[in-house]
Design a protein around this ligand. Structure first.
Ligand SMILES: [Fe+2]
Ligand SMILES: [Fe+2]
Length: 267
């Protein structure tokens, strides 16, 4: 069993995608359900090696691929990423896709974090799309901005406009990545949430910093099959977009109540 991977395109400074040969061929699985394991907010620190080793080993024996939905490190330090990739190298035997989270930007070295992951065979998506076993994945961290009628608009001070522009930029790049996918099944991989529903349990005061409805618009328009996100440590696990697309919050702290720090979804 292997993975047939098609790299559709690669843009942006984080995570150049050039690793066709790292995947086994999954051609025979293209028409079958894909077991997608997902987690987020593992927040690896300088001495975290081993933290997810057993979970990764379980995932490798029970899923076809793994999504890491951001906040992979605590302070965005390359040495923290090295701790994580030590566990990935030791225990992950399936194709892995990642997006970065806000913590991975903390030390101003997101490109280095992405490179450490890339060197371990992880596909880091930053506005890029990739196809694995006939399923398309569009990935980007996303950004805050709030939801629905209460969404922050680009009006007033230059800093507010800059904040909103960043939110719009992530939505546009998600849209561009989705537009490249030809596959019947299309998955959005995010750190920030595209909907309010999965944030229940978080303080309402921070909802606007946990995601944005701007991400939801291209997800609905491109009739995405499912969305995975992290960032909402205290949120709930399941939600739907306004058109009924399933949204999974796979933040590991939120998942602990299930008994596993990851979730497997068959799509
Ligand atoms: Fe987090
Ligand atoms: Fe986060």
């Amino acid at each position: 069993m292997g993975v047939m991977q098609t790299i559709l395109f690669a843009v942006g400074p984080v995570g150049s995608v050039h690793r066709e040969q790292r995947f086994r061929c999954l051609r025979q699985m293209a028409k079958e359900a894909l077991r997608i394991a997902a987690t987020a907010d593992v927040h690896y620190a300088k001495h975290s090696r081993g933290m997810f080793h057993d979970a990764f080993a379980e995932i490798s024996s029970s899923a076809d691929m793994l999504l890491l939905c951001g906040d992979l490190t605590d302070y965005g330090l390359p040495e923290e990423a090295q701790e994580l990739v030590a566990d990935i190298r030791a225990a992950v035997r399936i194709p892995t896709i990642a997006v970065l989270g806000n913590h991975d930007f903390e030390s101003g070295q997101p490109e280095l974090i992405a490179k450490v992951l890339d060197d371990a065979g992880v596909n880091v998506l930053n506005g890029e799309a990739i196809e694995i076993a006939g399923v398309g994945f569009a990935g980007i961290a996303g950004f805050g901005g709030g939801f629905g009628r209460r969404m922050l608009n680009a009006w007033g001070e230059p800093l507010i406009k800059q904040f909103v522009q960043e939110s719009i930029s992530h939505a546009v790049r998600l849209e561009q990545a989705l537009a490249k996918l030809q596959s019947e099944k299309r998955i959005a991989v995010l750190h920030y949430s595209p909907i309010r529903a999965t944030l229940q349990g978080e303080d309402p005061e921070i909802y606007a910093f946990l995601g944005s409805s701007r991400l939801e618009e291209p997800i609905n328009r491109f009739k995405v099959t499912a969305v995975f996100h992290g960032h909402a440590h205290n949120g709930i696990l399941d939600g739907k977009t306004s058109t009924g697309i399933p949204v999974y919050n796979v933040s590991a702290p939120a998942l602990t109540k299930t008994g596993k720090p990851y979730r497997i979804v068959e799509l």
